[in-house]
Design a protein around this ligand. Structure first.
Ligand code: RRO
Length: 291
């Protein structure tokens, strides 16, 4: 990666031209929307609602299926984009099928999504350390590229789930996916999302995400990728201090546009200079007293 600020999964992640635009706006790598073995239309509308402190979604894993999406990955690689393919399944075999096809198409790394809050089968998997270990081990055994496992905050002890991913051979863990939440409309007197509940992203979840990154960093030796409510360079540095080696940015695009990547990268560089740090690695985990 040319810098440690990536696009997170789920935002602008279904088409190669859009992902290329994000990369060209400065992201160090782009993570795709989560891809499964077959096409899937997702939940009926409404699937997204802006709430006062972030974005609530219940997309329901819409994606064109791995065979069609492999073409998007091939295009991205022709254009020189660093691509992390996000994958999901209902069991280890399905994850392996998708992992093999997308790494074959040229994905530089894979992110195992076992943490979607909106599809029961996938979300439950990520709450079970045994399943997280099994899926991670199966995917690692099937591909040569680095594998990250993305964790859900919707558990009591996220450090235990991170350790399970590490035992399964993960090269890193991403923390966190969205937080289960809901919104209600006072005029219709009904929940706003068709699926009733959804996943909350954006500024509201940043303190939760920081706590999760802190606990995960204390639990594993492998790198942690921080994600959840990063809008500014200052937010990104907070994640680095808590133990993240890289960060992902998604919902911030809604607030600040694609210029957000350059703003955050240049802000981190200015911070390193002002504080006299030789590089990002001198900041990673420093709040733990480690650096
Ligand atoms: O598609 C979704 O509903 C979705 C997914 Br896969 C995920 O991982 N996180 C999220 O908030 N929404």
């Amino acid at each position: 990666m040319r810098n440690p600020v990536m696009l997170s999964a789920g935002i602008l992640g279904l088409s190669a031209p859009l992902l290329r635009r994000v990369y060209e706006s400065g992201a160090g790598a782009v993570v795709t929307k989560s891809i499964g073995s077959r096409p899937r239309s997702g939940h009926p509308n409404p699937t997204v609602v802006a709430v006062d402190c972030g974005l609530l979604n219940s997309m329901g894993l819409p994606n064109p299926g791995v065979d069609e999406f492999s073409e998007e990955v091939r295009s991205l690689k022709r254009w020189g984009v660093t691509v992390v393919a996000s994958i999901f399944g209902e069991e280890a075999e399905e994850y392996v099928e998708v992992a093999e096809k997308l790494s074959e198409a040229g994905a530089d790394a894979l992110e195992i999504n076992c943490s979607c809050p909106n599809v029961r089968e996938v979300g439950l998997l990520g709450q079970d350390p045994g399943m997280v270990e099994e899926v991670t081990r199966a995917v690692k055994g099937a591909v040569d590229v680095p594998v990250f496992t993305k964790l859900t905050p919707n558990v009591t002890r996220i450090g235990e789930v991170a350790r399970a991913a590490e035992r399964g051979g993960a090269d890193g863990v991403t923390a966190i996916n969205t937080l289960r939440a809901m919104a209600v409309d006072v005029e219709t007197c009904r929940p706003i999302l068709s699926n009733v509940t959804g996943g909350l992203s954006g500024p509201a979840i940043k303190p939760v995400a920081l706590r999760c990154v802190w606990e995960v960093a204390e639990s594993v030796e492998i790198p942690v990728i921080g994600c959840g409510g990063i809008l500014t360079w200052r937010d990104a540095v907070e994640f680095l201090l808590c133990g993240a080696s890289a960060v992902q940015v998604g919902t911030a695009i809604m607030y600040r546009g694609l210029g957000v990547f350059q703003e955050i990268i240049q802000g981190i560089e200015a911070y390193l200079r002002r504080k006299g740090f030789g590089g990002v690695e001198e900041v990673v985990g420093r709040a733990h007293g480690a650096a």
